[in-house]
Design a binder for this molecule. Structure first.
Ligand SMILES: [Zn+2]
Length: 230
């Protein structure tokens, strides 16, 4: 593996956060935004903003979407390039939902290289699949007030009575079951494996144990970002 240590990394930071549903990616991304002044850019938000602003790439995306098509990588990259010129992202960005494929990752590398930049780090929030499935599968909510509970981790203080509103009816989302959780994780791993390999080859992959509490994960994540962004 190429040794990147000691290299002065280009600013702004370009982070890619990878994590399965339920790993707390959104929470962690917001923490990074607050702590480091980074801006999270999701593909959906990027597209909506560019369409709204009526930029050439935005208009191209609009035409494709109105025709029911999928916006091409070229258009997404053009929109991302425009967005990265914004003054609010001077400290860096966290990409969410892009790249999704090895091809897109390569195209992103090329785009960044044009500007003398590179991906600062691709951070993988690593989970224990079996434990994740147990977490998701045990969730339920109060039918009255929506308070969340869990078979294992958070039962109402009085059995069958909501702590918050005293309600006695509870509901489970139909997709909150082990099988769906397992399928989601498998889809995530299948989709992400090529990206993990891509960034591992590039020497910028960082893995974080995402099974701990939110603050511990945030601490580990913050250390990595502080280290790689110097
Ligand atoms: Zn309730």
């Amino acid at each position: 593996m190429e040794n990147m240590s000691g290299q002065t990394l280009a600013s702004p930071a370009v982070l890619i956060l990878l994590g399965p549903p339920g790993a707390g990616k959104g929470t962690q991304a917001r923490m990074l935004e607050e702590r480091f002044g980074l801006v999270q850019l999701s593909t959906g938000d990027l597209l909506r903003a560019a369409v709204g602003a009526g930029t050439p790439a935005g208009l191209a995306a609009k035409a494709v979407m109105e025709a029911g098509g999928l916006v091409s990588d070229e258009i997404v990259l053009a929109i991302l390039k425009d967005r990265m010129a914004g003054p609010d992202v001077a400290k860096g960005i966290i990409l969410d939902g892009f790249p999704r494929t090895d091809g897109q990752a390569g195209a992103l590398d090329a785009l960044l290289a044009e500007a003398g930049q590179r991906v600062t780090a691709a951070i993988s929030l690593e989970v224990d699949d079996a434990a994740m499935i147990a977490r998701v599968a045990g969730r339920y909510t109060c039918a009255g007030c929506g308070e969340g509970y869990h078979d294992e981790f958070k039962q109402p203080r009085a059995e069958g009575v909501c702590d918050k509103c005293g309600g006695t009816a509870f509901k489970r989302r139909s997709d909150d079951n082990a099988e769906t959780a397992r399928a989601r994780l498998e889809a995530y791993h299948a989709q992400t494996a090529p990206l993990i390999a891509h960034y591992e080859r590039a020497g910028v992959l960082e893995r974080i144990d995402a099974m701990g509490d939110i603050d511990a994960i945030a601490g580990a994540l913050g250390q990595i970002v502080a280290r790689v962004s110097v």
